[in-house]
Design a protein around this ligand. Structure first.
Ligand code: AHG
Ligand code: MN
Ligand code: MN
Length: 321
């Protein structure tokens, strides 16, 4: 019943929790902290184009820190909100060399990984960007707590700041999408139980790197091009994966001769997006195995990424193996 379109995110989270009699409520609390941080970032992104103008007119810097880049600010706001929640023993971010261990999170059961602002080079040109998060149970007292296989994620999701702001997440019980109603500042369930189409008609890859790819990737692309595919590539992973989730097809960022492991980060980008895509009935791979089967050894490690509709990924694997 609570999966009916129109209910708000806070209620949805609490109703989900009720389904598990032993749940302590801490994960719900953590998800609500992310929701709040997402709203703060969304509000600032909508004003991003005005920062210079307003700042100059008023001769003050309107956020106190408008000299900072928005990705650094997004990182700061997220860390502040999530630290204050007390739910997280440790927070790792693409923007920080080392994880943060919040004072009030000493008894926190979870750890979280963040890409505070994904696709940040797109902000200046008014194109969609996002925030990506991934939550695991705490298993140790130091950085090794983050070195768990992706299938052990307790929750993962993203907030996309697009023509609307949306939060899409999974706790391993399907994928649900909520659209922010800017009039009332509430995320409303708009996309219950998202399922990726079993086959799509779009591939999403930075084709400018064609000459740097392995012959197997080139063959795959040359072949699917003969089958009336379209190319769409925003250059914000959040936007490209969001479209892939809803419309199907393939999102790919392979290794190339310059970047032996590709560009995308395993922990901040590949794990959460793969969890969402697989939960929606899709597939992910690094070319050898599901991305969710990889055991990390470093916080900032990179991985080749291929994810999308199951039939499209199976076809790709025929070329890679
Ligand atoms: P970020 O802005 O968090 O550093 O991530 C950028 C990433 C990702 O969003 C996107 O898929 C990829 O960079 C695009 O890279 P190319 O410009 O090499 O295609
Ligand atoms: Mn990113
Ligand atoms: Mn980023």
């Amino acid at each position: 019943m609570y999966k009916k379109k129109g209910i708000d995110l806070a209620r949805f989270i609490l109703e989900e929790e009720r389904r598990y009699p032993h749940a302590t409520g801490t994960l719900s609390h953590a998800l609500l902290a992310i929701e709040n941080a997402g709203k703060v970032i969304s509000a600032h992104i909508n004003k991003a184009g005005l920062v210079d103008i307003l700042g100059r007119a008023e001769k003050i810097n309107i956020y106190g820190e408008d000299v900072k880049k928005l990705d650094e600010l997004a990182n700061k706001w997220l860390i502040e909100h999530l630290s204050a929640s007390g739910d997280f023993f440790a927070i790792a971010s693409e923007e920080l060399e080392e994880p943060v261990f919040p004072e009030v999170g000493k008894d926190g059961k979870y750890v979280i990984l963040l890409d505070p602002l994904d696709g940040s080079s797109n902000i200046d040109v008014n194109i969609s960007v996002g925030t990506i998060f991934s939550i695991f149970k705490k298993i140790s007292d130091d950085v090794t707590t983050f070195f768990q296989e992706g299938y052990k994620q307790v929750a993962a999701g993203y907030i996309i700041y697009g023509s609307s702001t949306m939060m899409v997440y999974t706790t391993g019980n399907g994928v649900h999408g909520f659209t922010l109603d800017p009039m009332i500042g509430t995320f409303i369930l708009s996309h219950p139980d998202i399922k990726i189409p079993s086959k799509g008609k779009i591939y999403s890859i930075n084709e400018a790197y064609y000459l740097r790819w392995d012959g197997r990737i080139r063959n795959w692309l040359d072949t699917i091009k003969q089958n009336r595919y379209s190319l769409r590539y925003v250059g914000s992973m959040v936007a490209d994966v969001h479209r892939t989730l809803l419309k199907g097809g393939v999102f790919a960022y392979p290794a190339d001769s310059k970047n032996k492991n590709g560009k995308l980060r395993l922990l901040y980008e590949a794990f959460p997006m793969s969890f969402i895509i697989e939960q929606a009935g899709g597939m992910s791979t690094n070319g050898e195995k599901s991305i969710l089967q990889i055991k990390p050894t470093e916080l900032h490690q990179r991985t080749p990424v291929f994810l999308g509709s199951p039939e499209d990924i199976k076809e790709l694997l025929n070329f890679l193996n």
